[in-house]
Design a protein around this ligand. Structure first.
Ligand SMILES: Cc1cc2nc3c(=O)[nH]c(=O)nc-3n(C[C@H](O)[C@H](O)[C@H](O)COP(=O)(O)OP(=O)(O)OC[C@H]3O[C@@H](n4cnc5c(N)ncnc54)[C@H](O)[C@@H]3O)c2cc1C
Length: 527
């Protein structure tokens, strides 16, 4: 067996593999350049803690002999399963502060292992926390405040099991990451075409459990739209829905598991609607005089039936910062793609709509090269976040959705509240906004906060900004999350957002499926 040091390891504190971490002199140069670009004073660039320096409490659980082969209490395993990848997670792990390590990390090899693990957790009174890629940004995998816990890492179940090329669907195990499942589908000329920014490390099971949103702006925005049927193991037995293209038979069993965030059971596999790989692309970028003019164009596009695959509107602050747009100009990144028909005519109509709203077309690429470059930059961004954190830049995002008639006042109000909190907590900083997804009846505003961090107080700074922003979102009628999920961090606002009678029903379902209350306690709902 290979020793751990010979195996490529994920960083225990940040994004990607240890061998992807740039050398410290490069981190220093990039962090200094980023601070200067953001207009922040220079600051010392820190180094991450070393794993060997982290003291963990002794594990409070010992697996039975029958499960010993798939369980570990190795420090690297416990540390890498203690947090997700929110700003507050990375800051803590970077400093070697591991507040709530799981006692045991289990890596089931099949469904029978999952069943035996849940039985053991119920009898031992331990929490069972399903773990996909650990990219949660809402405290979804952190065993916060729990007595004893087992992190159930699903990544050994990473196979494409079956392809139905007639119905164009594929049965995929829940632990497959984005690249793993795309690579296996590629052999069949197919794609799931679901690209969240965390694509490289997040898993199908995690996407289903959190109702993840991909980077396509219209039509099939969420993983929900791609799920044909789901299979999960709950403490009360297996849950598998029929494969159907649609069904009116009562509330949908799939919709109940979608967004269940590990509180009802462990998703083990799903039949997913797959597609032919797109070959035909066209894209362009367009400048607008201000965010509101751009948003009006996006509304018309979303209501036009043209269904652009990419339709991201960056406000002037973000357009200037990320794409060097001239001051005061919002930037719309527009793209179309298809496996079947040329999309240039669609792009042309979309650009006409943009110019009707005062848009100035910057570049138009028939190959859609612009959209591909956008996607690559999008997937690379989280690596840069690690460098920003080392350089003392507070860097996080929050996202929501709202109907069109309220969008302008909503964005203004949330931005104002977030800016006020950033100024109070950090003394300086920026809040920018982009529209990531566009629907006929509304859009999903996505806010980015970049501010100088006060070393040692980053969590308090971010928590205050996040709370102010969340209060503003809730008060103005938005959702506390469009695709990042609820987890532990969004609970106060989610509890207020969901109807009381729905909470009663959900609680009843939780009690029936998870009578011992072991499944990811603290997330979504209390039994
Ligand atoms: C840099 C970055 C970019 C991101 N971009 C996006 C984005 O574009 N779109 C988006 O939607 N999200 C995004 N996220 C958030 C995150 O990637 C998603 O929530 C993702 O779906 C989580 O998948 P995961 O496999 O990492 O799950 P984890 O983080 O491991 O788990 C998330 C939740 O799902 C549960 N869970 C995981 N696997 C299972 C399973 N098999 N059965 C039952 N429950 C399970 C966990 O218990 C937990 O509650 C981003 C996060 C980061 C850090």
């Amino acid at each position: 067996m290979a020793t751990r040091s010979a195996v490529r390891q994920l960083k225990f504190w940040g994004w990607g593999y240890e061998d992807q971490q740039p050398p410290q002199n490069e981190v220093q140069a990039t962090a200094a350049a980023a601070r200067a670009h953001l207009g922040f004073e220079p600051a010392e660039v820190e180094q991450p803690a070393r794993l060997g320096d982290i003291d963990l409490p002794a594990p409070r659980l010992e697996p039975p002999a029958s499960l010993a082969a798939i369980c570990s209490s190795d420090p690297y395993e416990r540390v890498t399963h203690a947090y997700g990848k929110a700003y507050r997670d990375i800051v803590r792990a970077f400093r070697g502060r591991i507040d709530n390590p799981p006692d045991v990390v289990a890596r089931p090899r099949d469904e029978a292992d999952v069943e035996r693990l849940l039985d053991w957790c119920a009898s031992a009174g331990a929490a069972a926390i399903p773990f996909g890629g650990g990219t949660s940004v809402v405290g979804g995998v952190e065993p916060r405040g729990l007595d004893a816990s087992v992190s159930i890492d699903m990544r050994a179940l990473d196979r494409l099991l079956e392809v139905d090329s007639v119905s164009r669907a594929a049965l995929i195990q829940a632990g497959a990451t984005g690249p793993q499942l795309e690579e296996q589908l590629h052999e069949h000329g197919l794609t799931l075409r679901h690209f969240p920014q965390s694509f490289e490390y997040s898993t199908l099971g995690g996407w289903i459990a959190t109702r993840a949103g991909g980077h396509f702006a219209t039509l099939m925005t969420h993983i929900d739209d791609l799920v044909e049927s789901v299979r999960a193991v709950t403490p009360s037995g297996a849950w598998e829905s029929r494969r159907l293209p649609g069904s009116g038979a009562g509330p949908s069993p799939d919709r109940v598991l979608l967004g269940s965030e590990g509180t009802l059971g462990v998703v083990t596999q799903a039949w997913m609607r797959v597609q032919e790989r797109p070959r035909l692309r066209a894209g362009a970028s367009v400048h607008f005089h201000g965010f509101e003019a751009g948003a009006e164009a996006v509304r018309e596009l979303a209501q036009s039936g043209l269904w652009p695959s990419n339709c991201r509107l960056l406000d002037p602050g973000e357009a200037e910062l990320m794409a060097g747009a001239p001051s005061g100009r919002a930037l719309l990144v527009l793209g179309f793609e298809s496996a079947h028909h040329p999309v240039d005519a669609s792009l042309e109509l979309a650009l006409e709509c943009c110019t009707d709203h005062g848009g100035e077309v910057q570049d138009s690429k028939e190959s859609g090269g612009g959209a591909g470059a956008w996607r690559n930059a999008f997937i690379q961004a989280p690596y840069l976040r690690d460098t920003l954190i080392a350089g003392g830049v507070l860097s996080d995002t929050f996202e929501t959705a709202i109907t069109w008639e309220r969008l302008p006042s909503f964005v203004a109000r949330v931005r104002e509240e977030a800016e006020r909190a950033v100024a109070e907590e950090c003394g300086a900083g920026r809040v920018t906004c982009r529209l990531t997804h566009a629907y006929p009846d509304g859009a999903a505003p996505y806010f980015t906060v970049l501010a100088p961090a006060r070393r040692g107080s980053e969590l308090e700074q971010w928590d205050a900004v996040k709370a102010a922003a969340s209060e503003a979102v809730a008060a103005a009628g938005g959702t506390i999350t469009h695709h990042h999920a609820v987890g532990r961090d969004h609970r106060p606002w989610y509890d207020r957002q969901r109807p009381d009678a729905f909470a009663l029903g959900l609680r009843g379902m939780k009690r029936a499926l998870d009578p011992a209350g072991i499944m990811n306690p603290g997330v979504l709902i209390d039994p």
